[in-house]
Write a protein of this length. Structure first.
Length: 361
């Protein structure tokens, strides 16, 4: 058996009628279910100031989840580094790692929503440079050694050592990838990539190839996560109909959050790839345009889903972050799908989840 790990996206998502407090309550109940089913980790998003997954402080929420479900590892997809002070971020990561029993999987990125950048007073043209410098400061802090730093955005002239002292439990970092060029940046920083299955398989192959070429020996044995949307049903058509019914609300919120119709990235050279990718985002609110999206994700019968998992494993991915918590999808439906996926799909690839499935059968 190929030993693949499966996490789930723990998202503040509903059908638009819930209060924020109800969204967080549902998120915690998803975590309780995911923990019982044997998923490796709950992965949280970071978004601000809109109805699109309103989870502005993933680390704070992770500490709360860890207190309730200490055996559940935790991840982010992703922390947007340019909006943080690097020392404060390093301290909070060190504290969270000290207070938790599970593994921290921290996906990090530079963010895409201009509205969020504007609210924090950060220039998007500086996004990539800020991302790299902040990660370097965080990495120095988590080394546990006294350090100083001189950079473009941050200067630490007086030697400092992080408190709480970083413990030996490793923190795994992953860099969000939007293009082969981003893969090279992450490879140079020694960070494993985190990808979306929505990208064509050919592009995913190029991303991993270019990352491996830059990462060198750090690529050996790396955890390579991929984020995938999931609708599972008895037949392909039933699952695809669920997707056509529920994904339009998700894409409508996404298009609004990123202001995709206005294409705010046209004058930001570093975001040229996003400008191209997001230009047709609003079209995905039409169910008639969803077939390519459904094909690239885990939408179908168990047999179809396994074929797609096999294809992604063949590309090199070994960790699946599965999401059925999308805006517009009823809470009970997403939990039924989480359960079915854990019982029928995951045991084919994961020894640990096969053992859990036997116990709860």
């Amino acid at each position: 058996m190929t030993d693949i790990r499966f996490g789930f996206q723990a998202a503040a998502a509903g059908d638009g009628r819930e209060t924020d407090q109800e969204l967080y309550r549902d998120l915690l109940e998803d975590c309780a279910l995911g923990s019982r089913l044997g998923y490796d980790a709950a992965w949280l998003l970071e978004h601000h100031f809109s109805d699109y997954y309103p989870t502005p402080s993933p680390l704070l929420l992770m500490a709360h989840i860890a207190a309730k479900f200490p055996d559940l590892s935790l991840g982010t997809s992703v922390l947007v580094l340019p909006w943080y002070h690097p020392l404060r971020l390093a301290e909070e990561i060190s504290m969270l790692n000290s207070l938790t029993r599970g593994t921290l999987h921290l996906g990090i990125g530079r963010g895409t929503a201009k509205m969020e950048y504007d609210a924090y007073g950060v220039d998007m043209n500086e996004g990539r440079a800020r991302f790299a410098e902040i990660f370097q400061v965080v990495a120095q802090g988590l080394s546990g050694k006294e350090f100083t730093h001189r950079g473009k955005f941050w200067n630490i002239d007086r030697p400092i050592r992080l408190r709480p002292e970083p413990i030996r439990k490793p923190v795994h970092f992953y860099g969000a990838i939007g293009s082969p060029a981003s893969a090279e940046v992450m490879g140079d920083l020694g960070i494993a990539p985190i990808c979306l299955s929505t990208f064509p398989d050919g592009l995913l192959t190029k991303i991993l190839e270019r990352w491996r070429a830059r990462a060198g020996r750090k690529a050996d044995g790396a955890i390579l996560p991929i984020s995938v949307k999931m609708f599972i049903a008895d037949t392909d058509e039933e699952a695809r109909e669920l997707g056509r019914r529920n994904y339009p609300a998700y894409f409508a919120l996404q298009a609004d959050h990123y202001e995709a119709d206005a294409n705010p990235w046209t004058d930001i050279p570093e975001y040229a790839d996003f400008s191209r990718m997001f230009s047709n985002l609003r079209k995905l609110t039409d169910p008639a345009n969803l077939d390519p999206f459904l094909d690239s994700n885990l939408v179908g019968s168990p047999e179809t889903i396994c074929r797609r998992i096999d294809a992604l494993i063949a590309l090199g991915f070994n960790y699946f972050m599965v999401s059925s918590a999308t805006p517009g999808t009823p809470v009970e439906l997403r939990r039924r799908m989480m359960t079915r996926f854990a019982k029928e799909i995951c045991p084919r690839y994961s020894r640990a989840m096969a053992q859990v499935a036997e116990k709860i059968a």
